[in-house]
Design a protein around this ligand. Structure first.
Ligand code: PRP
Length: 184
């Protein structure tokens, strides 16, 4: 697809290979122990769907939804909108998100999950944008490290646009204020 508003970051084939590699690494670390996989809505939905279909490890699945206040120029508070509904106590927990930017969402969710005393708690992100990091958190698994661009497609949006695109793109235009739920 050729579009003026988007610059290709990663093709569907490159994404598929990256997701397969992540699944192999997660399976190897799980060592056959069942996983409790937590998807972070909404952006992770396509990545999560592809990842769980590549994992060999048996798993339970649930979702969380968070909202960040003051993101963009002044990143700030993260609040839980929807919690998991399955137990995490003594489970091998894997949090799956589409992108780690400041790391505030990931830090909040790791702390939240660890309060339930899981056996382990790991974090898997498809995209890691370390240039924007405001925390020391490092993902256990990441598919691609990206520069400081506003990534869309494959679940990621700008003002709810582009989520359904099968590839990952950088937005080639100023990000409208309403689209800045995520940094860019
Ligand atoms: C995105 C992404 C992460 C978070 C990462 O969510 O899905 O959850 O931002 O940003 P951070 O590292 O700076 O905390 P977004 O707020 O865009 O919501 P969405 O997933 O519903 O699109």
């Amino acid at each position: 697809m050729s579009r003026k508003d988007l610059i290709l970051l990663h093709s569907p084939r490159a994404i598929e290979e990256a997701v397969a590699g992540l699944a192999r690494a997660i399976d190897a670390d799980a060592g056959g122990r069942p996983l409790t996989v937590i998807g972070v809505l909404k952006g992770s939905f396509i990545f999560l769907a592809d990842l769980v279909r590549k994992l060999q490890t048996p798993l339970s699945l649930d979702f969380v939804r968070v909202k960040s206040y003051g993101k963009g120029v002044f990143p700030g508070e993260v609040r839980l909108i929807k919690d998991v509904e399955i137990p995490l106590h003594r489970r091998e927990v894997l949090i799956v998100d589409d992108i780690m930017d400041t790391g505030l969402t990931a830090r909040f969710l790791m702390r939240h999950a660890r309060k339930r005393r899981p056996r382990s708690c790991r974090l898997c992100v498809l995209l890691d944008k370390p240039s924007r990091r405001l925390t020391r958190i490092v993902p256990d698994y990441s598919g691609f490290v990206i520069p400081d661009v506003f990534a869309v497609g494959y679940g990621l949006d700008c003002n709810e646009r582009y989520r359904g695109l099968p590839a990952l793109y950088a937005l080639n235009q100023p990000v409208p204020a309403a689209g800045r739920s995520r940094n860019g």
